[in-house]
Unconditional design. Sequence first.
Length: 324
Amino acid sequence: MTDHAVRPARQRDLAHLGVAEHPGRPGFVMVAGDPPVGHARVDLLDGHAHLADLVVGVDLHGGTRRELVEAVCERLSVRGHGQLTAHPYAGPEAAALAGLGFAEVPADEPLPGPLASRRDETGRVLVRRVLRSHRSADELTTLLPVLDASPREVGTLRAVVRRPAPGEREVLEVGHLDVDEGLVGDTWSQRGSRRTPDGSAHPDMQLNLMNHRLVEFLAQDPARERLAGDQMFVDLDLSHEHLPEWSELHIGGPDGAVIVVTDQPHSGCGKFIARFGKDAMAFVNGPEGKPRRLRGLCARVVRPGPVRPGDEVRVVRPGAARPE
């Protein structure tokens, strides 16, 4: 007798279904039944959840497919993912996914690199199912007084996040800032930049900082705040008016680390949309967001040292005396 309960795949399930293993590919497989009658494979493409396979042997009313998709979405939601994408053939396959809550991604929407190349494949469409509702433009507008009340002279470091590999995030109790490496253990130096002649990492983009009040509001869950991709989140007014270029931020007291705000812009991308929505992207890059640097700012390390959540962040503007 076959039990159609959905569960994570075991080794023997993969062998039974003839599903190839991909040891170096992040993701997971869910199966329906024991022995399994179908499976769903999810690839994590630089951290973005993508439904690579949805295969069921006999499914007259679509119930098993739905159970697999619901189980996958529940697991991804618990892990903090905001959406699940898929790349079906146009026609019946795309229609079947539409019946499971997927909608086509708008053609004019910027996409993260791992997904961008798939949108133009002949005969296929890129679709997604939203797992978590994003903040609306009206909600973001009502947050402005809260953001404008951020400290201007002495703020607080709320989180330090290292990116050890594409799609991976480590929230640190102690981070170490280095003049050459930026945040030690982060992949800034390996990522390169389109703003340098040779494509190497830009020295004035070692660090990205973002206002913690905003990312907390966008993420709606502390576990999702790290998805913004910035290395440091601060309770501090980051606006151009109050934090001009080449201002210094002294972190952790007079003997602590020092970083300097650079003139490199920091704007949202397809990843930001995927995680927090189009309204958030329009808001941070719009007339309210840009002057306030709501997407954040770029900085580089000028004095090394440890940094910890809870550290004081003191502003020293260009031409002002440094703290003794």
